[in-house]
Ligand binder design. Structure first.
Ligand SMILES: [Mg+2]
Length: 321
């Protein structure tokens, strides 16, 4: 290695030490974080009779987000999409590790990015316990670790014939916001649905007591419900008229609304199955948490997701037919 490149490597090392300062020194929320950032590895204590729930997501500039997106929103979303996976398991968040690949060390990007990330971490009491930084095209990877009492996690398997298929809140707003942004529209009231999704952690913890199968809606209801039918060995019949389309889409045609609500993805709501006799009780408990719930279909025999009506899906999230 030439002296020139090793000097430049030393410079990079100093730069990246500075970067790490944006992510260390934050308070720890959990006494079971025995050792966080600062050693060779983190040391974490699992509460007795709990299982570790782990999920990871990568976001690449130009693939998962626009180059000019607000860095604070990006920090939020990187953690939010991971927390959404924990919610879908009925897990309680605990820890996160972060791998950043950055083209340059730019405080004007790093500061808001870390603030967006830590604001959501504080809300859900997530300790950032480790990370890595390298130079390259902007790529953000975060891994979350949650806990669940032994045997209590809700998986995609477990849906049974006759059960009701439910979703939280509304669908389609994130996909519609993305479509608008791609068409050059900037002032979009529903933009936060795309850029700052709400992970349904508390709802997931409640549903852990009732749901038989669950998934978070990252790729659109058709694709994600398809994962439940596949893993549960059942079919699903959707009632298209019961899909809770976000009101911002109400001026669109029914076909356009269904395409966005069922195939666009990025909504990060929860889809779950419930025995029919539990539906009203769960609906009331969710209402007490200010969360709307809709029954959108029923578990049937056979496989895959079906519906009656003329609508045919057009969208990127849907790859099952
Ligand atoms: Mg998921």
């Amino acid at each position: 290695m030439s002296s020139r490149s090793s000097r430049s490597n030393r410079k990079n090392a100093a730069e990246f030490t500075l970067i790490r300062e944006y992510f260390s020194g934050h308070p720890s929320y959990h006494s079971d974080t025995v050792l966080g950032i600062g050693d060779d590895a983190a040391l974490l204590q699992l509460p007795s009779d709990h299982q570790l729930v782990v999920s990871i997501d990568t976001m690449v500039e130009g693939v998962h987000f626009f180059p000019d997106v607000d860095p604070a929103a990006l920090g939020h979303k990187l953690l939010a999409v991971n927390l959404s996976d924990l919610a879908a398991m009925g897990a309680e968040p605990r820890w996160a590790t972060l791998a950043l690949t950055l083209p340059e060390s730019n405080p004007e990007w790093l500061k808001p990015f870390s603030e967006g990330l830590f604001a959501l971490a504080q809300q859900h009491k997530v300790d950032l316990v480790g990370g890595d930084t390298t130079r390259g095209p902007l790529t953000l990877t975060l891994q979350v670790h949650g806990i669940v009492p032994r045997g209590k996690a809700i998986t995609r398997a477990g849906a049974e014939l006759g059960e009701q298929i439910c979703v939280t809140e509304t669908l389609g707003a994130a996909g519609y916001a993305l479509q608008q942004l791609q068409q050059g529209e900037e002032a979009i009231a529903i933009r936060h649905h795309l850029e700052r999704p709400t992970p349904r952690i508390e709802v997931g913890l409640l549903l852990r007591e009732h749901a038989t199968a669950m998934i978070d809606l990252s790729d659109g209801l058709l694709a994600d419900l398809g994962h439940i039918t596949e893993r549960s060995g059942v079919g699903a019949e959707l009632d298209l008229e019961a899909i809770p389309v976000h009101p911002a889409l109400s001026h669109l045609t029914t076909d356009q609304q269904l395409n966005l609500a069922l195939t666009a993805g990025d909504d990060y709501e929860l889809c779950f199955t419930l025995p029919a006799e539990l539906v009203e009780g769960v609906r009331q408990q969710l209402r007490a948490m200010n969360c709307k719930m809709s029954v959108v279909g029923e578990v049937q025999s056979g496989g895959g997701v079906s519906w009656s009506g003329a609508w045919k899906p057009v969208g990127s999230g849907f790859q099952h037919f």
